[in-house]
Design a protein around this ligand. Structure first.
Ligand SMILES: Nc1nc2c(ncn2[C@@H]2O[C@H](COP(=O)(O)OP(=O)(O)OP(=O)(O)O)[C@@H](O)[C@H]2O)c(=O)[nH]1
Length: 528
């Protein structure tokens, strides 16, 4: 069967493809505008939480520093030391291993007038130095000490402070007033401890937090918000500024973070997307297959059947599988078949009407001529056929006497009688005129035709249909003309003209009789 461009199958296929594309577009749009922002937001929250952890770790270090500086500042020996009462303090406490153990770069003792009393620390060459005040070799610490003195001079409350230092180097500072341990006395000075945020210290912070991080001094900015940079699908950097001293600076925490959560979520989403797409495509294919099986295939069968109806001389039968279906197509097929049957019946009836005489029910002239033509054209040269022409004698008188309706009844009675007598023998009786009948007698010789005509004459007279005004008989009688045809070279009209002439002869000879007409010799009329 030819596949039509605009066939239902192609249109469904196109429509389903369009639906599929739209559904996939919708999925992609959902992914792009709904899912991805959620994943990125989640990733931002993750980065923020990681930076919070780093800040908490820094806070814990500052607290540790706070406790350390407070311990030393609230030690009575320190209190005595800054008042010049315990000079041995230096030898017994401020030696190199103390700072090394405490991981300090510098310890500064300020006296009650906020002047440096003692300085101990590592100079720029890494050499441990310890000296009273900011004098060589402790002058390298000038900048830090000046910064601390300035802060203290600004009128700090009597409390312990910790800061992150961004300049001159990365460091953590603890500052505490020096008090006696058990007595409420005014502060005797301040103790400052500076711990460098060295690479080993940062490495330790990395170990503690499990985060790959850097601490970098940057110029101070108003906006301390999180900055996230997605370097690759698997890796990103998150930065946040934390306040530090001096105020012109800030400390930036840079963390390199894995994008595992994002990747895992993305993977899960992709997995779901692929499966959804797969299920969608499979569903559409199944729908197409079902459509093909349940609708398109039977529709094509129905279309093929209707095409064959036009093409084939013998109408084909409706395919049985279509009729057996219990769905709409089955109903349509059955109704279509019923319609066809009805149409055939109607056309049979129409043919019947066009080929039969409506009054008597016997064949009409059209059918008679048709059969006669077929018979003569399909006969061999040795076959002999005969034809009778029958005319009711004095039928005008019958009509005049008994009326037209009785005349009709008479016509019906005679026609039915003749058909009852001749049809079983395979002969065709037709009403070929008003009160004229013709009989076609295939494969019948002249003698046989004559014998049959005599039987018919007798039988009709024996019917005893009264014909009071007939000059021939008291009953209705007929006259019969007979002609035979032996060669198929003669036209159908010739045999009937010959029969007509024989009929004329029968009437001329006195009616209620049969006369034969010998082919091509109208003079040899036999009168019966
Ligand atoms: N009742 C009736 N009469 C018909 C019908 N058809 C033709 N006739 C009548 O048949 C008659 C034929 O008359 P004619 O041709 O003169 O023939 P006829 O009276 O039989 O005379 P002959 O044939 O010479 O014996 C006419 O009166 C027609 O009206 C019909 O269908 N019904």
């Amino acid at each position: 069967m030819t596949v039509l461009k605009g066939s239902l199958r192609n249109r469904f296929l196109l429509s389903l493809c369009a639906v599929l594309c739209l559904a996939l577009l919708a999925l992609v749009a959902i992914a792009r505008f709904q899912i991805m922002p959620i994943l990125l937001e989640d990733e931002e929250a993750f980065a923020s939480a990681e930076l919070d952890r780093i800040e908490r770790a820094l806070g814990a270090e500052l607290n540790h520093m706070r406790r350390l500086v407070e311990d030393w500042a609230h030690w009575d020996d320190t209190y005595d030391f800054v008042q010049g009462l315990r000079p041995q303090y230096v030898d017994s406490n401020l030696y190199e291993s103390t700072l090394e153990t405490l991981d300090l770069e510098l310890m500064v003792f300020l006296d009650a007038s906020n002047e440096p009393y003692w300085v101990a620390g590592y100079d720029e060459h890494g050499e441990f130095v310890s000296c009273p005040g900011v004098m060589p070799p402790c002058d390298w610490a000038n900048a830090s000490i000046a910064f601390l003195s300035r802060h203290v001079a600004q009128g700090l409350e009597d409390a312990t402070y910790t800061w992150l230092l961004a300049a001159p180097g990365l460091a953590m500072v603890g500052l505490s007033p020096i008090h006696q341990s058990h007595q409420e006395t005014p502060a005797a000075g301040w103790l400052a401890m500076v711990r460098p945020l060295s690479e080993p210290w940062i490495e330790q912070l990395r170990d503690t937090t499990g985060i790959e991080l850097e601490l970098n001094p940057v110029p101070a900015q108003a906006d301390l918000a999180l900055v996230l940079e997605r370097i690759s699908p698997t890796y990103m950097t998150a930065s946040r500024l934390v306040p530090a001293l001096p105020s012109s600076h800030a400390l930036r925490i840079d963390a390199a973070l894995p994008r595992q959560r994002y990747q895992a979520s993305l993977e899960t989403f992709r997995f779901a997307l692929y499966w959804t797409s797969g299920v969608l495509i499979a569903t559409l294919l199944i729908v197409l297959w079902l459509l093909e099986r349940m609708v398109l295939l039977p529709l094509r069968q129905l279309a093929t059947f209707t095409q064959r109806l036009h093409r084939e001389a013998v109408p084909p039968a409706m395919p049985e599988p279509l009729l057996a279906r219990h769905d709409e197509i089955g109903t349509l097929s059955r109704e279509f078949r019923n319609l066809l049957d009805h149409q055939r019946q109607q056309s049979d009836l129409l043919r019947e009407l066009t080929l039969h005489d409506p009054l008597t029910g016997v064949a009409n002239r059209r059918l008679f001529d048709q059969r006669l033509t077929e018979l003569l054209h399909h006969s061999g040269t040795h076959q002999c056929h005969a034809a009778m022409m029958i005319d009711i004698d004095h039928f005008k008188l019958y009509n005049d006497h008994y009326g037209h309706q009785a005349g009709d009844a008479c016509l019906i009675t005679l026609a039915q009688h003749m058909e009852a007598q001749l049809k079983p023998l395979g002969f065709l009786v037709a009403r070929t005129g008003g009160e004229e009948f013709s009989v076609l007698l295939p494969n019948t010789s002249e003698d046989e035709a004559l014998r049959l005509a005599r039987e018919l004459l007798e039988a009709i007279e024996a019917l005893g249909l009264d014909h009071a005004t007939s000059p021939t008989s008291r009953n209705v009688t007929v006259s019969i003309g007979i002609a035979t045809q032996q060669a198929n070279t003669v036209e159908p009209g010739d045999i009937m003209r010959a029969a007509d002439q024989a009929l004329y002869q029968a009437k001329a000879n006195g009616r209620n009789r049969a006369a034969t007409y010998q082919a091509f010799d109208p003079t040899t009329v036999f009168d019966s």
